[in-house]
Design a protein around this ligand. Sequence first.
Ligand code: ADP
Ligand code: MG
Length: 731
Amino acid sequence: MELIAEKPLTSYLKKYFGFDSFKGEQEKIIESIMLGQDTFVIMPTGGGKSLCYQLPALIKDGTAIIISPLIALMKNQVDSIRSFCAEDGIAHVLNSSLTKAEIAMVKNDITARKTKLLFVAPESLTKQENVDFLKNIPVSFYAIDEAHCISEWGHDFRPEYRRIRPIINQIGHAVPVIALTATATPKVQQDIQKSLGMLNANTFKASFNRPNLYYELRPKVNAVKEIIKIVRSFAGKSGIIYCLSRKKVEELANTLKINGIKAAPYHAGLDAGTRSKHQDQFLMEDAEVIVATIAFGMGIDKPDVRFVIHYDIPKSIEGYYQETGRGGRDGGEGKCIAFYSYNDIVKLEKFFQGKPVSEQEIGRHLLGEVVSYAESSVCRRKHILHYFGEEYQTENCENCDNCVHPKLSFEGQEYVEQLLDAVMAVKEQFKDKHIIHVLTGNTNSSIKSYKHDELEIFGQGAEKDDKFWMAVIRQSLIAGLLQKDIENFGLLKLTEAGKAFLENPTSIMLTEDHNYEEESDDAEIAVDSAKGGTADPLLFSMLKDLCKKISREKNLPPFVIFQDPSLDDMATQYPLTMDELKQIVGVGAGKALKFGAPFIALIKKYVTENEIERPMDMVVKSIANKSALKVSIIQSIDRHVPFEDIAAAKNVKYDAIVSEIEAIVASGTKLNIDYYLEEVMDEERVEEIHEYFLQAETDSIQTALEELGKDQFTEDDLRLVRIKFMSEVGN
Ligand code: ADP
Ligand code: MG
């Protein structure tokens, strides 16, 4: 074999990176580059792609040009290379954020041959002054990271990536090109090779299978509650939750925090300082959960992420696969759970409006693949791998929802035959929906204009519905009997195997798709009735007695201890700790501490003696409790702002402000409103109402009005004093 470097590659690996052996096909890939050949690497996230160009760059003469889409990613890499190669100027970034002096320094280091790796964004590469500069330096090779950005048919198209080949030609060194990506369907792979003019490249494709990842889809019903349950079941372990909007990220992170989970938000709308703080908290495990938009995770290398949840279904399988790929990098557990509702798909489709037609077409295509994945009851792993052009042979992966809870399968030979007949009958020139219309005999204008209602197959499959046929189409695609011509709007065509099947049909087992909308309805009802009807009447009456007993001891009316909705909730949830008690309706931290202990003791005793199985899920406290309005009211009261002014500033009615304050106090927060009472009522009247509530049976304002006399006091008077009373006595 040709000598490709002075020493064996493993000795460089040890010297520069401290690793003993190569991962996967790294060594073969590096050899290919060392031999000066164009090289194409398709390897899942975390597979170790960076090393494939970093190592040869360090060994080879000259500077390697690394093209990468994100400045943050480049910086990370430069920092890490500098940390193990102390040599001055070994790696640099060249981009528009540098000052003139910095650019001069970078260029100096390159000319002085100190720099082995130069990271550039494609925008910078295309600048004429940089092209001119690069013409005159020794370039060892070009590496194009995240190469899928070249293809419109991928999920992250960047037009400037299209210009890479022409620019490389302009710079004009006869050196190899290496393209790397973690996500490429067969169509995208072809685009990359064409655009980079490397159809003859040595191609290395690692398996995309991640056997340790568990895939599951759930109907999006009570998703927040479900998420809290999932996070709690991982007690203290790390996970990522993806949402599509910044607003949802903030909202969900807050809800998790209120429910006692250490969560931090991450999205592009936060300033850089906050973002890196939250990222560090996650890496250092001060935060268990990061709630993020897709902006999070690129270049993050946390090995022990135990769960990845998609609150919103992603826009493409590529996105889904990259994001789930951040789970279980150490080979340990990685649960990937996505919440799916067709409504979300409809919302995503709305985003396409107003975009150029080709972009819409591609966006819909990618989204259609997501729907197909979500609704299919075929092994998730098989489905994903098929999408990326890999056949997964195992019948049951035993690590996805569809394999763990398989749907009953049925003999599908007859249906597949009908489907393939229909595809042939329309001369392989139509998409899935049209084929379904032919099969079910749906006479619409398109069917009529092509005279497809005159075909023999027309209406032959009418006893089954559209959804059924869609499932047959998907499974025929996965079985390799049909193929979708992506470039031509997804026209369905028979493969060789499909033609063979038509000539000689054989048994093929199929399953029906999931129907999440139906499942959603059922689930909703189940949850509702569970919530409404399960308060334990015996415990409730015991709690009520306890309230009375304490009220007598403390000489307080029972309603200031806990009110009925709180007792009812306790009798449903059986809280056994202070933290759990604080989750109960109408119980804030103040109230829990002041009155909670004997209630917890009673519930504990009751649960043990009666061997109660507590409901798995605690009440989810919503952020509505701490809405922005409430927070700002509390702050205004601290600053002694009159209520009328608060109302004017917030542009709400006076009445609404008082209601908000009542709610704040009812949930256990102490508020001192004396400054305002002093202003609007005299002391004696306040005293009189206070006295009344102290001995009252109920906190009802109507009863109080009757007892105290309607001519003496207004409703507002009573409400204000009741706030003071509840706050002082109850909280
Ligand atoms: P990718 O770009 O494919 O997502 P990275 O290049 O970021 O993956 O590498 C993922 C992780 O694997 C990094 O932490 C890297 O240090 C590690 N790694 C790469 N090659 C090896 C190796 N040969 N031995 C051990 N760890 C490796
Ligand atoms: Mg990478």
